[in-house]
Design a protein around this ligand. Structure first.
Ligand SMILES: [Ca+2]
Ligand SMILES: [Ca+2]
Length: 210
C-alpha cells in the first residue's frame, strides 16, 4: 500500500469513527425549570408534609430520588440526562401545567424529552413548540396515572418504593414518566414550549436533544 493510499484509508476510517461517534452520542441541553416552578412535589423524611404534588397531600420522598443531575434510560441505547431536582424543604420543584409558555435556550434541536407526573387517572392533552420564525407545532401528550400503567408509549423511569403523605411514608408506589421524544424541526430555532391548562400534568424535567 502506497503512503497516499494509506492516508486515504486512514481518512475514511477516521470519518467513519466520527460519524458513528456522533450517532452514538447526541448532545443534550438540560433546561433549568426553576423560573416556572409552581408546585412542591418532594419532601424529606424529616418534614414529609412539605409537599402536595397531587392536590390531596401526596408526593415523592426526597431520599428515594436521584441527587444532583442524573440520567434515565429510554432503552438500552438512549440515555437522557436531566438537571437535578430542587429538593430542599420550602422549595418548589415542578411545573403544574397552567398554560404557561416556558422559554428554552434558543437553538436548533432535533428532539425534546420531558419527565412528568400525571395524576388522578390517565391524561391526554397537548404540548406546543414555538419557533423563532413565529411558527409552532402542536403535539398530543399522553401519560398514565402516576401510580398505574402507561396510557401510551411513555415509560416509568423513576419509581420510589413509597410516597410521602403529611404523616410520613405512604402507599402505593408511584413514579415519573419519561415521555416519548417529541420531534423538533432542526432547521428552525426553537425558543419556547407552551404547556396546556391541565393541572393533572406536572413537569419535573426538560432536556433538549441537538
Ligand atoms: Ca418540599
Ligand atoms: Ca396537579
Amino acid at each position: 500500500m502506497s503512503h497516499l493510499r494509506r492516508f486515504a484509508f486512514l481518512g475514511v476510517f477516521v470519518l467513519l469513527v466520527g460519524v458513528v461517534g456522533v450517532l452514538a452520542a447526541p448532545e443534550y441541553v438540560m433546561v433549568d425549570i426553576l423560573d416556572w416552578v409552581n408546585n412542591d412535589g418532594i419532601s424529606t423524611a424529616e418534614y414529609p408534609g412539605d409537599q402536595d404534588l397531587d392536590g390531596v397531600g401526596y408526593g415523592f420522598p426526597a431520599e428515594q430520588l436521584p441527587e444532583g443531575d442524573f440520567t434515565v434510560a429510554w432503552d438500552d441505547d438512549v440515555v437522557i440526562p436531566f438537571m437535578g431536582f430542587y429538593m430542599e424543604d420550602g422549595w418548589g420543584n415542578n411545573i403544574e401545567a397552567w398554560g404557561d409558555t416556558i422559554d428554552v435556550p434558543a437553538g436548533n434541536y432535533s428532539g425534546l424529552w420531558l419527565l412528568v407526573v400525571t395524576h388522578h387517572g390517565p391524561v391526554e392533552t397537548y404540548l406546543i413548540l414555538n419557533y423563532a420564525d413565529g411558527t409552532s407545532t402542536e403535539y398530543v401528550l399522553v401519560g398514565g396515572d402516576w401510580c398505574g400503567d402507561p396510557a401510551g408509549d411513555e415509560r416509568m423511569v423513576i419509581r420510589p418504593p413509597y410516597r410521602h403523605s403529611a404523616s410520613g411514608e405512604a402507599g402505593p408506589s408511584c413514579g415519573m414518566w419519561l415521555l416519548p421524544k417529541f420531534e423538533v424541526d432542526p432547521t428552525k430555532e426553537l425558543v419556547s414550549i407552551t404547556l396546556p391548562d391541565e393541572d393533572r400534568l406536572h413537569i419535573f424535567g426538560i432536556t433538549l436533544e441537538k
